[in-house]
Write a protein that binds this ligand. Structure first.
Ligand code: NAP
Length: 294
């Protein structure tokens, strides 16, 4: 099929583009002619996702970079490779960074950096990757940082005494904390960039989505629950619509709303809008990533 080409001037980076919502977003963005840089942790799955788009849209512009986002060194190497690619094929700018990759884990798993896996992949990786790519987002007329959160954040709090849950680990509460962190990060990024910035950050609740996320890194009981629950979810294609809307739609320009569902702004939890919590999480994230955001 022919490309629609209405996004031919856009360069978009999307993590977790090998499955579920991210793969659906990659497909839709590439079909509209965007220059898409997908990120996945498995070279085989990256190749499969790319070939699936090219089979339908032979002229699609997709490159994949392989990175395990649980490793901060790999996040830094990923950012360097994206920077090189954007210089070569992306017109020296990134119009949107979609921080979509996410994981769950039934067990406490320590990353190569010694951090808890869900906190590292779901929060610290978007924090660090956005930091590393911000100057390229600032080259775009309206740079967007879209981070995929979840409605589960409403029941969450940041567990300040032990943010990595080294004691009292529980799959769901650790996941929900990371999804609250996604909104705190987006809101604080907007505050730090200031009202005059060309870059804006948004967090998305994709709703319940029929993907395989609950089958990866989970125990038998969680797999059992997810097998039943996911059937009630919307398709990844439907969930991807809000990510795409926030990444490219001109009507979003200037919106002060940070949290979105079904292409509409939504009020997140009071904790998610707490500026003290956001500043505290920001400072902790800087320390855990070994960076100082200018
Ligand atoms: N499904 C839902 O109901 C739901 C609801 C609310 C929020 N969300 C959020 O939506 C986002 C996408 O989830 P999904 O449901 O589409 O899940 P999914 O189908 O499992 O896709 C997750 C993506 O992230 C990638 N990924 C996981 N760990 C990674 C790592 N360490 N390094 C690099 N990539 C990694 C996966 O790679 P592989 O292909 O190699 O596994 C995959 O591409 C997540 O942030 C999730 O928290 C989902």
């Amino acid at each position: 099929m022919e490309l629609h080409n209405d996004l031919a001037d856009k360069t978009i980076v999307i993590t977790g583009a090998t499955a579920g919502i991210g793969r659906a977003a990659l497909h839709a963005l590439a079909s509209r002619g965007a220059n898409v840089i997908g990120v996945g942790r498995s070279a085989d799955r990256c190749q499969q996702a790319k070939q699936a788009v090219l089979a339908e849209f032979p002229a699609a512009r997709i490159v994949f970079v392989v990175a395990d986002l649980s490793s901060q060194q790999q996040v830094r190497d990923l950012a360097s490779e994206i920077t090189r690619l954007v210089g070569e094929i992306g017109g020296g700018k990134i119009d949107a960074l979609i921080n979509n990759a996410g994981t769950v884990s039934s067990w406490y798993v320590a990353t190569a950096d010694g951090y808890e896996l869900q906190f590292a992949v779901n929060h610290l990786a978007p924090f660090l990757l956005t930091h590393e790519l911000l100057s390229l987002l600032e080259q775009a007329p309206s740079g967007r940082v879209v981070t995929v959160s979840s409605g589960s954040h409403y029941k969450a709090e940041i567990h300040w005494d032990d943010v990595m849950y080294r004691k009292g680990y529980g799959c769901l509460k650790v996941y929900m904390q990371s999804k609250l962190a996604n909104i705190l990060f987006s809101a604080e990024l907007n505050r730090r960039l200031g009202a005059g910035s060309s870059v804006h950050a948004y967090a998305v609740d994709p709703g319940l989505v029929n993907t395989e996320i609950g089958f990866k890194g989970t125990s038998g009981i969680e797999k059992w629950v997810w097998r039943r629950r996911k059937k009630k979810g919307v398709s990844p294609e439907q969930a991807a619509e809000t990510l795409i809307f926030l990444a490219v739609d001109p009507s979003v320009n200037g919106s002060g709303d940070v949290y979105w569902k079904e292409c509409q702004p939504k009020v997140p939890s009071a904790d998610a809008l707490n500026e003290d919590e956001a500043a505290r999480l920001w400072a902790l994230s800087e320390r855990l990533c070994g960076i100082i955001w200018g």
